[in-house]
Ligand binder design. Structure first.
Ligand SMILES: [Zn+2]
Ligand SMILES: [Zn+2]
Length: 227
């Protein structure tokens, strides 16, 4: 292996031992440590996982740089939020590895909760930060009913962004809630989880960036948008 490839692997190995283990009972850790532990799914896939086939569509002018399928819109090169978020995660993770900021626990918390959201687990850490009065306000606004099934609302989901303003929150019952604890097996065992972790791990672990949007130093979204 060449010099830079070795340095990259070394950083990932150090990161692996710096993160809380996913093998221990996650529910016993505080919620920030749980968010950090989520990153191990990506790191372990890069270091020890069997290489999975990642089908990245060839890029053409006018196509989303993340998926190669969706069309770019006027203001953003991406086809939508999901692709923008995935590309941003990969790019920032790669740059954090090379400049060392990935070793800051606060950065790990941010990366871990973004990853959990992308694999379908919602935003449990953001939800834990909602003040009780806002929690009550959201449930009251709906007369205590679940926004999805009209059962009894017992918990809260984010509608769209990670913003904790009450306008961005809805009350739901536990079965309807899309916000899952960081240790939730029903998220980890899904096809979406496997596919996302594989793709992100392949792009994070690639010595040469697999996408132009994966490399912070060279990515120029305005130039890409102009075509
Ligand atoms: Zn896309
Ligand atoms: Zn419900």
């Amino acid at each position: 292996m060449s010099g830079p490839a070795l340095a990259f692997r070394d950083a990932l190995t150090r990161l692996s031992s710096a993160l809380p283990s996913v093998d221990e009972n996650l529910a016993d850790l505080d919620i920030e440590s749980q968010a950090r532990a989520v990153l191990r799914y990506v790191v372990h896939q890069v270091l020890y996982g069997s290489p999975r086939e990642v089908n990245l569509v060839a890029l053409e002018t006018g196509k989303c740089p993340n998926c190669g399928v969706g069309a770019i819109c006027k203001r953003s090169p991406y086809c939508g939020d999901e692709c923008r978020e995935t590309a941003s995660f990969v790019r920032q993770f790669r740059s954090g590895l090379s400049e060392g900021s990935i070793f800051e626990p606060d950065r790990q918390v941010a990366f871990g909760q973004n990853l959990w959201y992308m694999v379908g687990g919602g935003r449990p850490l953001r939800r834990a930060l909602i003040p009780p009065k806002d929690w009550a306000k959201v449930l009251d606004r709906q007369g205590g009913k679940c926004a999805t099934c009209e059962g009894i609302a017992t918990t809260i989901d984010h509608i769209d962004t990670a913003c904790n303003r009450t306008i961005n929150l809805i009350g739901v019952c536990d079965p309807c809630s899309k916000t899952k604890p960081f240790a939730e097996a029903t998220v980890v065992n899904t096809e979406l989880f496997q596919r996302k972790i594989s793709e992100i791990a392949a792009r994070v672990g690639a010595v040469e960036p697999m996408r132009p949007c994966d490399q912070a130093e060279t990515w120029d979204w305005r130039a890409y948008l102009r075509g």
